[in-house]
Write a new protein. Structure first.
Length: 298
């Protein structure tokens, strides 16, 4: 019983330590004003009142460490950028979920031991070792799934953007003006992202197709890179831009239709097994009384 009490106290102290270390303290307005008015010490970094949070340390370690050139780190950073997620908040969520998944087996073992069940502590340790990477992988997979959904939405917006650019060109507007006007039509986040990229390219003196290509590579949207190639041919080689963009828009529509059909077919195939199990259960529910009566009559 003493070992159980000591173990529970240790787990409680560990949980409090994790929560206290991850929780970011909120500074009052007086503290912020005093920090601004305080003279800086030579060699001291401004705005550093204490050690960085644990999430910031993890995110900086992954981004700036020896794993920064890995492909999965690049995919993770692209997903963070695409979903507008704070890297420090995401790292904090990963740590919290991994800690919760790691402590849950020990808490269950503690409750079972207090209830009188004789369970080995090694099983709880093995479950904890398997649950910690599982919790982190669950958080990462959720982020990647959200990024893929937003990437699919971005492809739809690119198709509408091309249609609006074609309409602007048909009205006599130049390619730059048509692209800027098409990006300002809707307040959707994808169109706003396109508008910011084009505005930054115009203010920086770069070409709009270079901005589209950079945005497409940063977000992992292949259709945007292909669109930048088409616009570049029109801007440098004098290609017939309206016909090229119309063909590109038709290609995007066909791609969206094929993707929607494949998604619907995949959903239909996934629903086959639950439907078959439901039918078998219904037949068992209906036929059990008759079978029971027949077998009971002998």
């Amino acid at each position: 019983m003493t070992e159980v009490v000591l173990l529970s106290v240790g787990i409680g102290i560990g949980v409090l330590g994790v929560v206290y270390g991850i929780r970011r303290p909120r500074l009052s307005l007086d503290t912020v004003l005093q920090t601004w008015e305080r003279p800086l010490v030579p060699g001291a970094a401004p705005g550093r009142a204490g050690p960085p949070p644990l999430g910031a340390m993890l995110s900086s370690w992954v981004v700036g460490g020896r794993w920064s050139d890995r492909r999965w780190v690049h995919s993770l950073l692209t997903a963070v950028d695409l979903t507008s997620t704070d890297p420090e908040a995401f790292a904090t969520r990963v740590l919290v979920l991994a800690a919760v998944c790691g402590l849950t087996p020990f808490l269950l073992w503690l409750v079972a031991s207090m209830a009188g069940a004789d369970l080995p502590a090694g099983a709880a340790l093995l479950l904890a070792l398997a649950a910690v990477p599982g919790g982190a992988a669950l958080q990462v997979s959720t982020l990647l799934r959200r990024a893929e959904d937003r990437r699919r939405h971005f492809r739809v917006v690119v198709g509408s953007f091309v249609d609006l650019v074609v309409l602007g060109l048909a009205g006599g507007v130049g390619i730059d003006g048509a692209m800027h006007a098409a990006a300002q039509v809707t307040p959707d986040w994808a169109a706003q992202r396109l508008g910011r990229a084009l505005s930054a390219a115009r203010d920086g003196g770069t070409t709009p197709w270079a901005a589209l290509e950079a945005l497409g590579r940063d977000l992992g949207v292949r259709e945007l890179v292909e669109l930048s190639t088409t616009v570049q041919l029109a801007g440098t080689e004098g290609a017939r831009i309206r016909q090229s963009l119309t063909a590109r828009s038709a290609s995007l529509r066909r791609h969206e239709q094929a993707e929607a059909e494949s998604s619907a077919n995949a959903m239909t195939e996934r629903l086959f097994l639950p439907g078959a199990l439901l039918l078998i259960g219904f037949l068992l529910f209906i036929g059990y009384p008759a079978v029971h009566r027949i077998l009971g009559g002998f």
